[in-house]
Design a protein. Sequence first.
Length: 184
Amino acid sequence: MPLLAIVYFSISGTTEKLAHAAARGADGLADVALCRVTGDDIVSGRFRNEKLLETIDRAGAVAFGSPTYMGGPAAQFKAFADASSDRWSKQAWANKIAAGFTAGACASGDQLHTLTYFSILAAQHGMLWCGLDIPGGEDPGGRNRLGSQLGLATHLVDGALPPSDISTAEYLGRRLAKMAVRNG
Ligand SMILES: Cc1cc2nc3c(=O)[nH]c(=O)nc-3n(C[C@H](O)[C@H](O)[C@H](O)COP(=O)(O)O)c2cc1C
């Protein structure tokens, strides 16, 4: 089975719920490594968790997750991304499948910019981007509620993640794992 590395940052737990849902979706198709970026990984402004980077070295697929902060990924996630530049110079992560998910407080809180950033990060690494093949508003289960096909964008409704968004995260994890299996 391929390894799916889910690399995410989360403070209040919303993005973490999405990460766990993506992991459930991949169950039976891929081994999953949940890699939470924490503030302690960052020393003097630099991401220093080499073990996490080595986990991605071994993965066939990677999901990037971060809350949208001020219209982009959280600084802690960006510190991780910046620390991947040694791998970038060798294209060490080329041809891995990649996808992304993000949460915001607002329905249109510029989550697209965070997903766009993830897809550019993947492109820099020579990874293959895996979006959502669910037309927004057309799925009987209400998945891809906000109609974002670049990746999963969510926002809290009455302080909670809607079940359809959890289900979309499961779907994205499953789709990513299937692509990793297909990619060999
Ligand atoms: C510093 C900061 C900046 C934020 N900026 C945005 C934003 O630009 N757009 C948005 O929709 N929500 C924004 N939010 C809300 C968070 O994205 C939202 O609470 C998210 O669910 C937090 O994720 P977490 O529970 O995984 O930590 C911001 C929150 C903080 C603390």
